[in-house]
Design a protein around this ligand. Structure first.
Ligand SMILES: Nc1nc2c(ncn2[C@@H]2O[C@H](COP(=O)(O)OP(=O)(O)OP(=O)(O)O)[C@@H](O)[C@H]2O)c(=O)[nH]1
Ligand SMILES: [Mg+2]
Length: 471
């Protein structure tokens, strides 16, 4: 990390009430002072700039005044300046935020001035990266910042909020500390091999590993398996042959006329993605081009896109038309998706009798299925219940269970679990402690990757590249 002062527009671009330019670093205050003229309550006219008065500015206070270009005296905006001095700030550096009126031109002009005065444009996530590198937060808390911003449901927000408070961090730290304590004892044994019995009780060591390491690691991995979808979202795709009603269902679910619906087969040619909330699960739903054999070059591309999307999806809604007999094409589509978790959605049930049963091959009977009418909206609640049941099973989401690792954490947790299990086996076998120490050290380092104590530069870069500029 260089220690150049950084700056960025921290609010979304566009027209609005307030826009914020954030400056962080050792020169934040002097840069802000060089373009800010403070006004007193009795006069809202800019006064002469007096940079030295900035030394008297108190931390965590708001100051009223104007941004003025010192080169020509041009007043750019009436602003509020928040001054926050290190270390009690987001980055643990001096931070100044200029609250301006929000418009693309005014924000860009003020940012430009700040850059001219010596700040560098911040990279995506660089403020949060500094908070991490300066030790205010660990890596899981930094990741939670982006999760909070991206939360699409209340539950996703609860999970991210618990992580930003350090819930996952302290669970991982506590497991890591148990391993560190054990390693310290083992290292003493290695130095004084004759006193093994006095220094370490192997039964106690195994108990520590089993009760305070392995059990807790398993819990966290289970939490991921059971509930990560609540945060990461479910990738769901509607597939079927042309004209069965895929776009009608998508529109119904998102309650918007997003996709064009017509009675002409082959209406949808491109892939259309939307997000929605189904029983608290953030769902990304995709409507696809009807799958069938065609020479139409546009449809061919659409069908290829659909097939690629299906491969990366978590759940397929396989739609067939109740008012029409199943065709060879329906079976062909089934062949391409049968390794996926799916729901057979029998649409247009309004056109058939209530006791209608789909005449399908026996092996289809095992697929969870539901009758709906996308046109009239019937069966949609049952469909949502089924989606939730298949996704999070019977697991009830409890607030106390908000510590939910992400995929990066889970991979590291599994690795340290594997190492700890093997350490127990080796201790039982009487393997020399030198060798056991290697496994334990690696388990410690792997847990360190989660919280960012032992982590490679490229992992850090990859995490922060997901951020937006100004965060
Ligand atoms: N009666 C009835 N008609 C429906 C239902 N769902 C869709 N339709 C009609 O079926 C036709 C095709 O609907 P779409 O939603 O465009 O079907 P699609 O599967 O997206 O079609 P492609 O994009 O061509 O693959 C339209 O005329 C819809 O109004 C339903 O539940 N009942
Ligand atoms: Mg369509």
């Amino acid at each position: 990390m260089d220690n150049i002062t950084i700056a960025a527009i921290a609010t979304p671009t566009g027209y609005g009430g307030i826009g914020i330019i954030k400056i962080s670093g050792k020169d934040a205050l002097s840069i802000a002072s060089s373009i800010f003229q403070r006004s007193t309550a009795s006069s809202d006219k800019p006064k002469d700039t007096n940079s030295s008065c900035f030394s008297s500015l108190k931390s965590h206070q708001l100051y009223y005044g104007h941004v003025v270009d010192p080169a020509n005296g041009r007043v750019l905006d009436e602003v509020l300046l928040s001054v926050m001095l290190a270390p009690r700030t987001y980055t643990m550096e001096d931070v100044v935020e200029i609250n301006t009126h929000s418009g693309p031109v005014v924000l860009a002009s003020i940012l430009d001035l700040v850059i001219k005065k010596g700040a560098r444009l911040a990279e995506p996530g660089e403020f949060t990266k500094r908070a991490y590198l300066n030790g205010r937060i660990d890596l899981t808390q930094a990741e939670a910042v982006i999760d909070i911003i991206n939360s699409r449901t209340d539950k996703a927000l609860d999970i991210a909020a618990s992580q930003i408070k350090g819930g996952l961090k302290s669970s991982v730290e506590s497991i890591r500390n148990s391993l560190l304590n054990l390693l310290t004892e083992i290292e003493v044994v290695i130095d004084f091999p004759d006193d093994v019995g006095e220094i370490i009780n192997t039964e106690t060591a195994i108990k520590v590993l089993e009760n305070h390491v392995i059990a807790d690691l398993k819990d966290l991995v289970d939490q991921y398996e059971n509930a990560h979808i609540l945060r990461d979202g479910l990738k769901m795709v509607v597939v079927g042959r042309p004209n069965v009603g895929k776009s009608s269902l998508m529109n119904r679910l998102i309650q918007d006329d997003r996709a064009i619906v017509t009675s002409i087969p082959g209406t949808t040619r491109d892939l259309i993605e939307e997000t929605l909330n189904i029983r608290g699960i953030p769902v990304i739903i995709a409507d696809t081009a009807g799958l069938h054999e065609t020479d139409d070059p546009v449809e061919v591309i659409g069908i290829k896109k659909a097939q690629e999307y299906i491969n990366g999806s978590d759940l397929v809604l396989f739609m067939v038309d109740a008012s029409d007999s199943l065709t060879r094409e329906d079976y062909k589509i089934y062949e391409t998706i049968n390794d996926k978790q799916m729901i057979l959605v029998v649409n247009k049930s309004d056109l058939v009798e209530d006791d209608f049963e789909l005449e399908a091959a026996d092996f289809w009977k095992k697929i969870p299925s539901i009758k709906i009418s996308a046109l009239y909206g019937s069966g949609l609640n049952e469909l949502k219940d089924l989606i939730a049941k298949l996704t999070i099973g019977e697991h009830r989401f409890e607030v106390r269970n908000t510590i939910i690792p992400n995929l990066r954490h889970k991979i590291a947790l599994e690795r340290s679990l594997q190492l700890s299990v093997s350490a127990v086996e080796e201790i039982r076998k009487g393997t020399p402690f030198e060798l056991i120490a290697i496994d334990i050290q690696e388990a410690i380092d792997t847990l360190g990757e989660i919280i960012g104590v032992t982590v490679k530069e490229d992992v850090i870069d990859q995490i922060f590249s997901r951020f937006c500029i100004g965060k």
